[in-house]
Structures are given as structure tokens and as C-alpha cells.
Ligand binder design. Sequence first.
Ligand SMILES: Nc1ncnc2c1ncn2[C@@H]1O[C@H](COP(=O)(O)OP(=O)(O)OP(=O)(O)O)[C@@H](O)[C@H]1O
Ligand SMILES: [Mg+2]
Length: 244
Amino acid sequence: MTRTIILASGKGGTGKTIVTANLGVALAQRGKKTIALDADVTMANLGLMLGLEGRKTTLHDVLSDEKKMRRIVYDGPAGLKVVPCGMSLDGIRKVKLERLKKVVAALTKKADLVLIDSPSGLNHDSVTALASAQELVLVVTPDLTSVSEALKVKIVAERLRVKPVGVVINRACGGDVDLPKDEIENVLELPVLVTMPENVEIRRAAALGESVVVRSPKSPAAKAFKELAAALLKSKVAKASGGE
Ligand SMILES: Nc1ncnc2c1ncn2[C@@H]1O[C@H](COP(=O)(O)OP(=O)(O)OP(=O)(O)O)[C@@H](O)[C@H]1O
Ligand SMILES: [Mg+2]
């Protein structure tokens, strides 16, 4: 059964898009048919991070019912398939987000895993994206505000019958400023799948539209993304969402 996993957070800028892109590449490298979908319909940037900016047909066109599904799945790095979202203001205006669930359902027929890059927070866009998935991975930075906001997302996910599977701690600096891993696990009542270091190579690769997993495969960052892929594949597969 295809797994649909959303990467979400309460706080903005925790690294959802970076994690979606690089985890997607790491899963594809393991031979899993993986699609990464940008569901941040107003502030899209997954395509940009994977060198797919400026594609003519995007998720916007399908959500506004102007184009067919098969035209929005592009080849990304290492065999990862990518569905970029449009960036134009006109495109945003025409989007009918209630169609997202159907788009995700159609993508599940083409993949083993569908990763969904969520907008941050708990607003109409992010909750609609959340409801389109079966499983949730929370991306937090190791500080109390990020973790407490992630807890709200987890609670909403459970109400929507989306199964939280674990946490990615991102941008960890080490030392005593970071909220400890066991405290994060206690607050969120979820296992930490990986602790991702603050690492300039991640930003450098993203700025070039590349994945750090491909660009610097031996770097600590690439290793952490591969570890995350392995941990995710080991985590239990959720039952189909019983939403609507
Ligand atoms: N581990 C890391 N080390 C260094 N830089 C990072 C790391 N993770 C993310 N970044 C950088 O932090 C910024 C925010 O990351 P990203 O866009 O993935 O966050 P986001 O959660 O998707 O943000 P938004 O809520 O706006 O969608 C980017 O410039 C990214 O390159
Ligand atoms: Mg993002």
C-alpha cells in the first residue's frame, strides 16, 4: 500500500521543504518509487530547491482544473518524482484547494510513497493539506516554541485521523541551547526519527537547486537524511485515513 506522508510544523521555517526534498531523494536512492508534492500553494519553493523552477504546468493548473495530472509529475534528482506548485499570483487566485485530496489519491497509484510538503501553521491551507495525508512527520527545531506549536498540529492531525509517526529535529546545534531529544519526545509523545544538524551544505545545495544527498553524499547532512529514510521505512504503515 502506498504511504502518503505529510511533513508539517506549527512554526514556519523549521525545514519542511528541505526535509521533503532530501528525504525524497534518499528514499528514491533506496529504490522506492517516491513522489514529492509541494502543497504550499501560496509560498511554493520545493521545485526551486530541486532545480525545477519555471516549469510551465504545475499543481496550480490541476487544482484549478486547467490541466491533467500526468503533466505535473517531473523527474527530479536520483529518480525522485516531483510535483512542483506554481508561484504566480494569478495561479494562487484560481486554486481550488479542496481538490488536493483527489490529486494525492491519483499520485498514490504511481508511487510507493508520496511525501507532501505542507505550509506551516494551522490555517485553511495547512489543515487541508494535512487532511490529504495518511501519516504525519513533524519537523521541529529544538526549541520550546517550535515543539509546542508542533503539538497543536499533532492534535489536529489526530482529529483528522492522520497518524503521527515521528519527529525530525532540524537545525540542531548541539550543546545546552538545544531542547534535549528526550524532552521533545516526551512533549510530543512521538519518537525522534533523526536529529539533523545545522549545516551550511544543506543551504548551499538548495541554493543551487540541488539535493545535498546527491551533491555531497558523504556529508553528515546526507547521512542524516539517509538515516531518516531508513527510520521512516521501519516505522509502522498507517491504516488508510478514515476521514471522509
Ligand atoms: N539543517 C539545516 N541547516 C542549515 N540550513 C537549513 C537547515 N534546514 C533548513 N535550512 C534552511 O532554512 C531555511 C528554511 O528552510 P525550509 O524552507 O525548508 O523551511 P520550511 O519549514 O519549509 O519553511 P516554510 O514554513 O516557510 O515553508 C532555508 O533557507 C533552508 O536552506
Ligand atoms: Mg516550506
